[in-house]
Write a protein that binds this ligand. Sequence first.
Ligand SMILES: NC(=O)c1ccc[n+]([C@@H]2O[C@H](COP(=O)([O-])OP(=O)(O)OC[C@H]3O[C@@H](n4cnc5c(N)ncnc54)[C@H](O)[C@@H]3O)[C@@H](O)[C@H]2O)c1
Length: 341
Amino acid sequence: MYRVGIIGLGSIASRYSTPDDAYPYCHAGGIRLCDTTQLVAVADMSPERQADFKSTWGPGFPDNSINYYESDTQMLESEKLDIVAVCVRGPHHFQVMQNVLRADIKAIFLEKPAGCSLEEVDTMTAGADAKGIPIVVDYTRHWGPHLIRLQELIKDGLIGEVQSVIGYCGGGVLSFSIHTTDMICQFAGYDPISVTGYVEGSGDVPEPYEYEPAIVGSTIHFESGVIGFHVGKHGVRGGFSVDILGSDGIVQTGFYSSTTVHQGGKLVDNATLDLPENASPFKVAYKQITDYLDGGSPPDCSRDDYTAVNEIGFATIESGITGKTINLPCQNRKRLIFANG
Ligand SMILES: NC(=O)c1ccc[n+]([C@@H]2O[C@H](COP(=O)([O-])OP(=O)(O)OC[C@H]3O[C@@H](n4cnc5c(N)ncnc54)[C@H](O)[C@@H]3O)[C@@H](O)[C@H]2O)c1
């Protein structure tokens, strides 16, 4: 069993679900259901958050199996951990990641947005590379079991050659709609070369940050020739949904929406697709991480994948502000956004 510690006991660590949920949408629930991970420690400076976690999740784990800490550094110094989940807000990621990267661990599961600037993300990636460990960024919807299966089927030619992918999701470019940016890449490929973006919104944020705009839309060109379109509205099927248009068919799917496949203009019976049963995306992600630690292939949303997604996110903002198409990698790596999701 791989020993996991969580930093930050907020919504995504534990508060979105309870041990009663069949498909928990939080780290604690995924770690609990994954048969290769064991939650051994949690850290949060808030006594209320610790107490809340203890009362909600305590009964879901063996008695006294979890140690509680007031800070990330205390936990990292006291525990022998294999995997650390970083679940603090975006502006705290960089500092916490510097602490985590000093610890003797095997993998990091970092919440989106990876960082508040490309420079921050570059530094984290270099730190992980130097240690030879992966950072996996949590674009959670990626690990919907049916989406992973469809990714495989489409790669194997279900709808011929993928030509374009349209993703639907509004909200903060880095903190929210980035899930759909990842989903576009999941089906288009992680080889973006340029981005034209449109953004909106302004507001007060602490110095030295800039406000995080919402996405209006973007066009993403991929090396492969595929074109991605990000629509900054949830669309009729809701956010986190995509249309994948191929030379011989169309797949419409999403994390929360049903799947429709047309091949050569004809509706495909979903029973023939062998779509798996639902599961907590966190359980799926933790299993991929531990499979990698057991000698398997790199987990999804690790280095090259999250790098591509981040480049698109920051280039969308850069393009939206400057009015120019941004060739990747984005030259301005210092723009610091208050990505507080
Ligand atoms: N993957 C998803 O679908 C999803 C959904 C919601 C939030 N998130 C992401 O998860 C992260 C956390 O968001 P949230 O809504 O859960 O936040 P939150 O505000 O609910 O919780 C954050 C917690 O971190 C604690 N904290 C801050 N600094 C700390 C430190 N140094 N050591 C220990 N604890 C510390 C705070 O006390 C707080 O309890 C963000 O990056 C957010 O974007 C992801």
